[in-house]
Design a protein around this ligand. Structure first.
Ligand SMILES: C[S@@+](CC[C@H](N)C(=O)[O-])C[C@H]1O[C@@H](n2cnc3c(N)ncnc32)[C@H](O)[C@@H]1O
Length: 366
């Protein structure tokens, strides 16, 4: 039996102001202490340094799980479970098996207890999701062909903002190459982001939020902002609101070029989102090769006066295809880095300044 005395009452350094996740609300798991009690029992204070913001409101954690779609009978991977506020509704939604990947080992004992209560339906892995290949943990019976409907596998996570964005970029590359979890088919994702990042992910052309992340997410996935959560719902509350985004990988990506090429074109395109495309794309080529930008626009059929934020996903596809054709003829251009030139130029300039100062001094002394 669970009891506070058994584990000792350890400091609760966060203020709990949200509705309590009560025993009655947990339908399929046996009676368990509330998440608040778990936090207290194991001394699981949220670490600001690690951007840990817990979601303890059962209505919200259930809503996140519901927005993933039908998870009954599915294999569910949760990234960053923390004290288990989202893990519990996943277990209660009839998932066949749940695997959680948690980096902070302070959470492992409480997750282990949850695993025992779930009759080992829950597996706990101590690891860093940024370096973790999910392919090996997804059972073979859940693997389907890419063109089939998404497999009975879901990834859900409320990660720190500083992890969620690099992680989705890393995972987009895995989606494009059908590696990692996506070697098992078009595994959908339900992830939380800072609201502004969520707005960027789903931003249509001409939106003020349209950026590289919008183009990269949308060429590979159908993306939907499911709902937003006010920052005050978290413990401790972050200064910003949070968006829950659902990603379903597309059967056929909108752009058939390699991920690195698409990333490169978008990186250059959107580094000056409000300038003319001609200006933003000029950094793709050495300064004396303006002819190549003209070739790129001619091949793509896109007008040079358009601004990056106005481009549709199809326009971006045309520009990527055109860039692929231009660089097919001169593959070295794929390695061209305009900053190298700037850096080399700056270095030359610094050297020249030092040399001139030296010469001046020598002249004075002579
Ligand atoms: C914002 S908290 C959310 C906790 C819990 N899911 C909730 O909603 O209350 C993020 C969790 O992700 C974990 N985490 C952070 N970086 C991680 C990583 N690279 N790999 C796995 N877990 C990570 C943190 O330790 C923390 O438990």
């Amino acid at each position: 039996m669970w009891s506070l005395e058994l584990y000792g009452c350890i400091n609760l350094s966060i203020v709990l102001q949200v509705p309590v996740m009560s025993l009655q609300n947990v339908a399929r798991l046996p009676p368990l202490p509330t998440i608040q009690e778990i936090i207290r029992m194991f001394g699981l204070s949220a670490r600001k340094k690690l951007s840990q913001n817990f979601l303890l409101d059962l209505n919200l954690t259930k809503k996140i799980v519901k927005s993933a779609g039908k998870i009954d009978g599915c294999f569910v991977i949760e990234v960053g479970p923390g004290p288990g506020g989202i893990t519990r509704p996943i277990l209660n939604s009839g998932a066949e098996k749940v695997l959680v990947v948690e980096k902070d080992k302070r959470f492992l004992p409480s997750l282990q207890l949850l695993s025992e209560a779930s009759k080992n339906k829950l597996d706990v892995i101590h690891g860093d999701i940024l370096n973790f290949n999910l392919e090996s943990v997804i059972p073979a019976e859940h693997k389907v062909a890419w063109a089939d409907n998404p497999p009975n596998v879901h990834i859900i996570g409320n990660l720190p903002f500083s992890v969620a964005t690099p992680l989705i970029v890393q995972w987009l590359e895995s989606i494009s190459t059908q590696k990692n979890a996506w070697s098992c088919g078009r595994v959908p994702l339900t992830l939380t982001f800072q609201k502004e990042v969520a707005e960027r992910i789903i931003a249509p052309p001409k939106s003020e939020y349209r950026c590289r992340l919008s183009a990269m997410c949308q060429y590979l996935c159908d993306v939907k902002l499911k709902f937003t959560i006010p920052g005050r719902a978290f413990v401790p509350p972050p200064k910003v609101d949070v968006g829950v985004v659902h990603f379903t990988p597309k059967v056929k990506p909108l752009i058939s070029q390699p991920f690195q090429l698409v990333e490169r074109v978008n990186r250059h395109l959107f580094h000056l989102p409000n300038k003319l495309c001609k200006q933003s794309l000029s950094t793709l080529f050495p300064p004396h090769r303006e002819d190549l930008i003209c070739d790129m626009f001619e091949l793509s059929g896109i007008g040079q006066q358009v601004r990056p934020f106005q481009l549709t996903n199809k326009d971006i596809k045309r520009l990527c295809d055109a860039y692929a054709r231009v660089t097919d003829k001169e593959p070295d251009l794929l390695d061209y880095d305009f900053r190298d030139r700037t850096e080399a130029h700056a270095r030359r300039h610094r050297t020249q300044t030092v040399v001139s100062a030296l010469e001046e001094r020598l002249l004075k002394n002579s």
